[in-house]
Design a protein around this ligand. Structure first.
Ligand code: 3JN
Length: 320
C-alpha cells in the first residue's frame, strides 16, 4: 500500500502507520523519509481523513467503526464488512458509483483478490451482452496467504530438490510441486469460504443478485499473481473477436491473446504490474452463447493494495 501511494503520487498530507505493539520501534520508508510505526488504539484516527485497513477481520471489526466515528473513512481490505448490505463493495472499473454509499457507515469494503480481477474482466462483457452464468476455477499464488506461505513454498521446494522431507506448516498439505483444491475452510455446502466469497461478492459488485456463479479455488505453487479459468454463458451472442475488441479498450485491462505466437497471460509476467491480463479468449462450443477466458493479475496489487488506493483516490477527488 505504501509503495502504491508513492508510485501514484497520492496527495498525502500526513501518513500515519498503525500496527500492533509487536511493531513498536519499527519504522517504514515513505518517499525517502523514515516514518515510525505507532501502536493502534481508540484515539488513533482523530484528524485523519482516510484509513486503509489490512490487519485482518478482527482488527477491522473492532477499529473500523471507531475510525468512522472520528470521520476517518475506512477502506477495508478484509472480508469483515464486504457482505454488510449498506457497506459498498467497490472495484473502481466496475461500480465506482457505489462509493457514494460510504456515507452510510463510513466504511468501504475492498473485495477479495480473486473476485476483483474477475469482475474487472467480465464487467465490459456483461454490459454488452449480459452474463447469465459464470463458472470459474482459480490458480492462486501463495502470497495470498502471506509471508509465511511464501517462505513455506521456498523451503519446501529447496528441501525436496535436496532429497529432504519438506516441513508442512502453513497449508494442510505440501504446496511445493502440488495443487491444493482448498483455500480457507470448508463450509456446510461443500464449498470453501474463498469460493463462496467469489460467488457472493461477484453478485454484489455487479449488482446482479440472481446471476449464477460457481467457483473452485485452488492454491498452486506460484509466488505472485492469481490466474483464473473463466467460462461464461451470456444472454446474447458475442464472438471472441468482439470480446477482444471490447476488453482491449476497457480500463485496467490488457488483452494478451495470440495463439500463433503462444501469447497468453502468465503469472510471472503480470507480477508487479497494475493491469488485469486476459487471453485464451475463445468460444465455448458446448453451448449456444458461451465464452472461455484466462485472467491473470497481481493479487497483491489490483487484488488488494492498488484497488484500495484507487478507491481512496476517488474518495478524495469526488467526496472528501
Ligand atoms: O488466499 C488468497 O489468495 C486470498 C486470501 C484472502 C484472505 C485471507 C485471510 C483472510 C482474506 C480475504 O481478503 O478475503 C481474509 C479475510 O479478510 O477474510
Amino acid at each position: 500500500m505504501i509503495r502504491i501511494l508513492e508510485e501514484r503520487n497520492f496527495s498525502v498530507g500526513q501518513l500515519k502507520l498503525l500496527a500492533s505493539e509487536r511493531s513498536l520501534g519499527k519504522s517504514l520508508e515513505y518517499k525517502g523519509k523514515s516514518i515510525p510505526v505507532d501502536v493502534l488504539n481508540e484515539n488513533s484516527f482523530g484528524g485523519m481523513q482516510i484509513g486503509l485497513f489490512s490487519a485482518g477481520g478482527y482488527i477491522s471489526e473492532k477499529f473500523a467503526p471507531i475510525a468512522a466515528k472520528a470521520c476517518c473513512v475506512v477502506v477495508d481490505n478484509t472480508s469483515a464488512f464486504r457482505m454488510v448490505p449498506d457497506v459498498p463493495l467497490v472495484v473502481p472499473e466496475v461500480n465506482p458509483e457505489a462509493i457514494s454509499q460510504y456515507k452510510n457507515k463510513g466504511i468501504i469494503a475492498n473485495p477479495n483478490c480473486s473476485t476483483i480481477q474477475m469482475v474487472v474482466a467480465l464487467k465490459p462483457i456483461h454490459d454488452a451482452v449480459r452474463i447469465k452464468r459464470i463458472v470459474v476455477s482459480t490458480y492462486q499464488a501463495v502470497s495470498g496467504t502471506g509471508k509465511k506461505a511464501i517462505e513455506e513454498l521456498s523451503l519446501q521446494t529447496r528441501a525436496i530438490l535436496n532429497g529432504q522431507e519438506p516441513a508442512v506448516k502453513v497449508y494442510p498439505h505440501q504446496i511445493a510441486f502440488n495443487c491444493l483444491p482448498q483455500i480457507d475452510v470448508f463450509l456446510d455446502n461443500g464449498y470453501t469460504k474463498e469460493e463462496m466469497k467469489m460467488v457472493n461478492e461477484t453478485k454484489k459488485i455487479m449488482n446482479e443478485p440472481s446471476m449464477a456463479v460457481t467457483a473452485t479455488t485452488v492454491r498452486v505453487p506460484v509466488f505472485y499473481c492469481h490466474s483464473e479459468s473463466v467460462n461464461i454463458e451470456t444472454e446474447r451472442k458475442i464472438t471472441p473477436a468482439e470480446v477482444k475488441q471490447l476488453l482491449a479498450k476497457s480500463p485496467g485491462i490488457k488483452v494478451l491473446d495470440d495463439p500463433s505466437q503462444r501469447l497468453y497471460p502468465q503469472a510471472i509476467h503480470a507480477a508487479g504490474k497494475d493491469d488485469t491480463y486476459v487471453g485464451r479468449i475463445r468460444e465455448d462450443e458446448s453451448i449456444a452463447n458461451g465464452i472461455n477466458l484466462w485472467i491473470v493479475s497481481d493479487n497483491l496489487r489490483k487484488g488488494a493494495a492498488l484497488n484500495a488506493v484507487q478507491i481512496a483516490e476517488i474518495l478524495i477527488r469526488d467526496y472528501l
